[in-house]
Design a protein around this ligand. Structure first.
Ligand code: NAD
Length: 308
């Protein structure tokens, strides 16, 4: 495969580029990334000089650039996004611009090019919160923060391109990822660093919000399976079945780092904070995938990464 990976200098995208080049010796990868505050070429250390890999600094909203790149590949995987919920609450404009208009630009370029598969990377947040049970791929979208709303918009655009232009689109919706190369503003890397530095760990509300956590390498393997084995037009949830409250995650980090639970500081809750997300994952499991890392194992590896 010749694959254009957008947002490949970010957290999950860079792990995916490493995964592809490690696992598939015949694959060639072009990484396109605008290197916003969230992206770094350092995340691609070890693959920047790989002859099967090219890094292009640029924007998914640049139609001429993405059309040129689409001509050189048969597959597009779109990770590029503004991804931090708190920033979207402060101001949604860049989220609409990159997540919606950027995806539209890529879909346009893919439709005019000769693309065998377009994988749109989405999130469990598009379904909104669920207090009991789990979301299946058929559930209605009910995004409750600006980030999630723009991701839902991108999903709908991608689906519409499949229906109206026959673009071979597949969508994945994954739960919260953790692991190496995540920006330090996100919960797990920030709390590891704070715990190691003896600084307080600010927990929203009473810490009871529940998230499903997947180690990023398990997600990359699932994305790769869906990319190669998934059915065009389908949506695949990717989850780990491991649910933790934010307080449980915080305590696990403090214990693993050997820091005191006195560092926990409860702070004013995030506006519109979703209480719980959970995903049904039968469809992706039917493709032969299942997670390989427990939360504890993934957390230990993640802590080792950040502290070294
Ligand atoms: P990230 O913020 O770490 O990375 C995003 C990358 O996109 C960055 O490298 C950034 O420079 C790049 N980018 C931003 N705007 C761009 C633009 N206009 N053109 C080109 N590049 C641009 O995000 P992440 O956590 O790695 O998430 C990647 C994708 O996975 C996103 O689409 C996100 O919605 C989705 N997702 C993330 C999670 C999670 O837990 N992190 C869970 C489910 C889905």
């Amino acid at each position: 495969m010749q694959i254009l990976v957008t947002g490949g200098a970010g957290f999950i995208g860079s792990n995916f580029v490493h995964y592809l080049l490690n696992q598939h010796e015949d694959d060639e990868v072009i990484t396109l990334d605008a290197l916003t505050y969230a992206g770094s070429k350092d995340n691609l250390d070890g693959v920047l000089n790989d002859p099967r890999h090219e890094f292009v600094e640029g924007d998914i909203r640049d139609r001429e650039l993405v059309s040129d790149l689409a001509d050189d590949v048969d597959t597009i995987v779109n990770f590029a996004a503004e991804s931090h919920v708190d920033r979207s609450i402060d101001g949604g404009k860049p989220f609409v611009s990159t997540n919606v208009q950027g995806t539209q630009t890529l879909l346009d370029a893919a439709t005019e090019g000769d693309i065998d598969r377009f994988l749109q990377i989405s999130t469990d947040e598009v379904y909104g919160q669920i207090l009991d049970g789990k979301f299946s791929e058929e559930d209605l979208l009910n995004p409750r923060n600006p980030y999630a709303a723009t991701k839902a918009g991108a999903d709908l655009l991608a689906q519409s391109f499949q229906t109206t232009h026959n673009l071979p689109v597949v969508i994945t919706r994954t739960c919260n990822n953790f692991g190496p190369r995540q920006h330090p503003e996100k919960l797990i890397p920030k709390f590891i660093q704070n715990a190691a530095d003896g600084m307080t760990l600010p927990v929203y509300g009473d810490g009871s919000n529940v998230r499903e956590w997947i180690y990023v390498k398990d997600n990359c393997r699932a994305l790769d399976v869906v990319l190669r084995e998934g059915t065009v037009g389908e949506i695949y949830n990717i989850g780990s079945n491991t649910e933790k409250t934010n307080l449980e995650v915080t305590e696990a980090i403090l214990n693993a780092v050997g820091a005191s639970e006195d560092l926990i500081e409860f702070v004013e809750d995030r506006a519109g904070h979703d209480q719980r997300y959970a995903l049904e994952t039968k469809k992706v499991e039917a493709l032969g995938w299942e997670p390989q890392y427990t939360f504890e194992d993934g957390l230990r590896r993640t802590i080792d990464y950040y502290l070294n």
